[in-house]
Design a binder for this molecule. Structure first.
Ligand SMILES: [Zn+2]
Length: 178
């Protein structure tokens, strides 16, 4: 029998058959190393058994359960934020790749030319746009204006309230976890 096996037996004697226990006892008589391990292990077990039991502070489990729910929600929020961040970065990367491929396919002279054309034409284009806008705005009846503005105002109110509520909720969670 090899020494390694006795070392394993030494640390878990509850699973041993009577024959194995005799064998282990015989080995311990001849092997100082295993005797040392056995003594140390017995010491540790005695220490564990005699150590005083420490009770958790009052209300610990209730507090832990409560904060667990909060921590889960916070982890979920962080996960969502991370996913949105990844999505934003991938969109940016795609946009940069598209821009790079466009720049690679067209010559610098061509896109400098088109930029100059856009700048030069801008005043005329803006004038035209303003004319078209003024033309169509004049055709909209005043009642439609009131309707459209109240719809926009209602949406802005909803967005502001939702944003404020979300901020307050997560801010409150942050306070709890601190
Ligand atoms: Zn041994």
């Amino acid at each position: 029998m090899n020494h390694q096996l006795f070392e394993t037996w030494n640390l878990d004697r509850t699973q041993l058959s009577p024959e194995q226990q005799t064998e282990l006892a015989r080995h311990l008589e001849t092997c100082p190393e295993c005797r040392h391990t056995a003594a140390a292990w017995e010491c540790v077990q005695a220490e564990i058994k005699t150590a005083p039991r420490v009770n958790a502070p009052a209300g610990f489990s209730a507090r832990f359960q409560h904060s667990l729910a909060e921590r889960r929600r916070l982890a979920h929020y962080r996960q969502t934020r991370k996913m949105l961040g990844i999505l934003g970065i991938s969109l940016l990367v795609i946009f940069l790749l598209l821009a790079a491929s466009t720049l690679a396919r067209t010559s610098p002279a061509a896109w400098i030319g088109s930029i100059i054309r856009i700048i030069v034409d801008a005043p005329f284009n803006l004038l035209e746009l303003r004319f078209i806008a003024a033309f169509w705005l004049a055709k909209i009846p005043p009642l439609a204006w009131i309707g459209a503005s109240s719809v926009i105002a209602a949406w802005m109110l909803v967005f502001t309230l939702t944003g404020a509520w979300t901020y307050k909720r997560f801010h409150h969670q942050g306070e709890l976890l601190r």
